[in-house]
Design a protein around this ligand. Structure first.
Ligand SMILES: *Cc1c(COP(=O)(O)O)cnc(C)c1O
Length: 379
């Protein structure tokens, strides 16, 4: 099945009890047993729920994987991955990581004896230099937030091919429509389903996908033992959201291009960060591992004025000032005072998060209205 067919059909079978075409919301915690140990495959909804199972199968197929597992949030999915490790194990990750991932690594798991190394993954040699016998996981995120850096998944996966080092990719920004990391050699794909997969800013959820039988067994064991599962109503909403994933991300990408080009030609704008530009430092890697460039666009202002940036984010009307991304509506954010406020200014500046940096999640509205909205906000 091609991707555009999978989003409609994968994982969704007519309901065996009633014939309902859409997977019902199985709002139940438990299931009748005909006799002790004899049931229809479901015993308790932490372990398994038919609505969640349909979604897990759908997401697994979208990522060209075999097994999917859904969680109460993206961070709960990451929590599950790190729980596959033990004290003394080491993780290599990018220094340009989603803040919440950095926080769970540093403030939760470091005290259990797991060691984290954060390196500039744009240079694969930096990853290579940190690999040793205790390395058990390499955690990649690409494109990164908010600088839209592109990391070469295949080159990093090749470094540890044939070893027991697990390569995980946070694929939240790209979505499986634009990028399928398992095909590039990754072992685990992770999503904050909250963003593009859900697509309507109405659900918080996470997911993991793998095609490895042993890794899947571990994931399901932890999912059931730690219990950070998502509910059936949310699973239903995301199944519904996924049916338009291809249409949405196609439009996000088209609109993203229009907005990125508008910003690049604006006299007040300094830098525009969007992997679709030939001038983007890793444009060629983006072109080889992604089928499009998405609707996430960041930019800075000439003179790096914090006041001007604050004025712009408060003046837009269609671009709503809010955290998060990936919904059908356009959002605008100011990383240095919002998502990255907890990082010291010196550290922020090192990774490019200047005072005037503005991040856009370009939605699927009419592109000319979005351009007009930004034009007005610059006045
Ligand atoms: C939002 C986000 C997460 C965390 O997901 P939640 O659903 O908010 O827990 C992780 N990684 C990336 C890239 C994100 O954007």
């Amino acid at each position: 099945m091609k991707f555009n067919t999978k989003v409609i059909h994968a994982g969704v079978e007519p309901d065996s009890a009633t014939g309902a075409i859409m997977t019902p919301i199985y709002q139940t915690s438990t299931y009748v047993q005909q006799e002790i140990g004899k049931h229809k495959g479901y015993e308790y909804s932490r372990t398994g729920n038919p609505t969640r199972a349909a979604l897990e199968s759908s997401i697994a197929q979208l990522e060209n994987g075999k097994y999917g597992a859904c969680f109460g949030s993206g961070l709960a999915a990451i929590d599950c991955v790190i729980k596959m490790l033990k004290p003394g194990d080491q993780v290599i990750s990018t220094n340009d990581l989603y803040g919440g991932s950095y926080r769970i690594f540093k403030t939760i798991f470091e005290k259990y004896g797991i060691e984290f190394h954060f390196v500039d993954m744009l240079n694969v040699d930096n990853v290579k230099a940190k690999i040793n016998d205790n390395t058990k996981l390499i955690w990649i995120e690409t494109p990164t937030n908010p600088m839209m850096n592109i990391i070469d998944i295949k080159a990093i996966a090749n470094l540890v091919q044939g070893s027991d080092v697990i390569v995980g990719v946070d694929n939240t920004f790209a979505t499986p429509y634009l990028q399928t990391p398992l095909d590039l050699g990754a072992d685990i794909v992770m999503h904050s389903v909250t963003k593009f997969l859900g697509g309507h800013s109405d659900v918080v959820m996470g997911a993991l996908v793998t095609k490895d039988d042993t890794i899947a067994e571990e994931i399901y064991r932890i999912q059931n033992s730690s219990g950070a599962v998502c509910g059936p109503m949310d699973s239903f909403l995301v199944l519904r959201g996924i049916k338009t994933l291809h249409l949405r991300v196609q439009r996000h990408s088209e609109n993203g291009k229009v907005i990125a080009e508008f910003l690049q030609s604006h006299p007040l704008v300094d830098m525009v960060y969007w992997p679709g530009f030939e001038s983007h430092p890793n444009h060629n890697v983006a072109k080889s591992q992604m089928s499009g460039f998405g609707g996430m666009v960041s930019f800075t202002l000439k003179g790096d004025s914090l006041d001007k940036a604050k004025k712009i984010v408060s003046k837009t009307k269609l671009f709503t000032l809010a955290e998060s991304l990936g919904g059908v509506e356009s959002l605008i954010g100011h990383p240095s005072t919002m998502t990255h406020a907890s990082i010291p200014r010196e550290e922020r500046l090192k990774s490019g998060v200047k005072d005037s940096l503005i991040r856009l999640s370009v939605g699927v509205e009419d592109a000319s209205d979005l351009v007009k909205d930004l034009e007005n906000s610059f006045l």
